[in-house]
Design a protein around this ligand. Structure first.
Ligand code: CP
Length: 307
């Protein structure tokens, strides 16, 4: 049995197998997970991650149990520990996709779980399935990841998807990152040390325009309102980096704009019909990547992908 907790679990060969499987999942439905049950256990809000996991499970013939607003609706409100909840849900389901506000919560769950745990976002920690679909999008749209210049923009301090993607990009050759943020929301030293160790070059800047016309991938992110101690502090950063149509038009010919979504003003709607905008297409890639992940965890034919 394997868990999916962080992107460091993947190597180039496992990413290759996962992405090949995801591509085969396009427009695909089968009964390969018939009789299996996914528990979607969400202690934080979600639209894409929860519903795409549920859709992925249904498309593979499985069934779903779902708990949204777990922080308010579950027996956690009576004082039940996360560990006890996982022990209980493990008797109802075959796999758990869990989102939780605390970094490290998925690791805690995995430590005692008898069924696979998928980290669907743990506080400011990681969001590995998002990063996998982001990487898949880059490969599908550019044709290759090696050699890419990726600009990651916005909240690099609290943005768990950006952290997870940085770890994955460290597996590829000749990657250059431009990290665009205010000085207070810079990428953590742990990630920068990892990039150094993996020979990923990076520059840090507070200026967006230069990155827009130099990068192959613009990875725009939302300021993570829910991670700030106060609304006032969040308001200081909101609206700091906004992609306008003029900025999108300044991009290189084949360059792409991706975003984990939801967006809350950091990409103007007038960008949506730009040839560079692939953030809604990216959502569809997320569905097939999550189908491939569920198959990797529960279909014996693919058990060598996640280690
Ligand atoms: N990208 C992402 O995690 O979206 P949701 O919060 O809607 O799941």
């Amino acid at each position: 049995m394997q868990h999916l907790i962080e992107t460091q679990q993947f190597e180039r060969d496992s990413l290759r197998k996962l992405f090949d499987l995801a591509t085969r999942m396009e427009d695909h439905r089968d009964d390969s997970l018939h009789g299996k049950i996914l528990a979607a256990l969400f202690y934080e809000p979600s639209t894409r991650t929860r519903l795409s996991f549920e859709s992925a499970m249904l498309r593979l013939g499985g069934q779903v149990l779902t708990m949204e607003n777990g922080g308010e609706s579950s027996s956690q409100t009576k004082g039940e520990t996360l560990e006890d909840s996982i022990r209980v849900i493990g008797q109802y389901a075959d796999v758990i996709a869990m989102r939780h506000p605390e970094a490290g919560a998925s690791e805690r769950a995995a430590a005692i779980s008898e069924i696979p745990i998928i980290n669907a976002g743990d506080g400011a920690g990681q969001h590995p399935t998002q990063a996998l679909l982001d990487l898949y999008t880059i490969e599908r749209e550019l044709g290759a990841v090696d050699g890419a210049h990726v600009a990651i923009i916005g909240d690099l301090r609290y943005g768990r998807a950006a952290r997870s993607l940085a770890y994955l990009l460290g597996k590829y050759d000749n990657i250059h990152l431009t990290l665009v943020s205010s000085s207070e929301l810079k990428m953590g030293d742990d990630i920068k040390e990892y990039l150094d160790e993996h020979h990923v070059t990076y520059t840090e800047t507070a200026e967006l325009a230069g990155a827009m016309h130099e990068a192959d991938v613009i990875y725009q992110t939302r300021i993570q309102k829910e991670r700030f101690p106060t609304q006032e502090e969040y308001e200081r950063f909101r609206g700091g980096y906004v992609i306008t149509r003029d900025l999108a038009d300044s991009m290189k010919d084949k360059a792409i704009i991706i975003h984990p979504l939801p967006r809350v003003g950091e990409i103007m709607p007038e960008v949506d019909d730009s040839p560079h905008a692939v953030y809604f297409k990216q959502v569809g890639y997320g569905l097939i990547v999550r189908m491939a992940l569920l198959a990797s965890l529960m279909d014996p034919r693919y058990e060598d992908i996640i280690r």
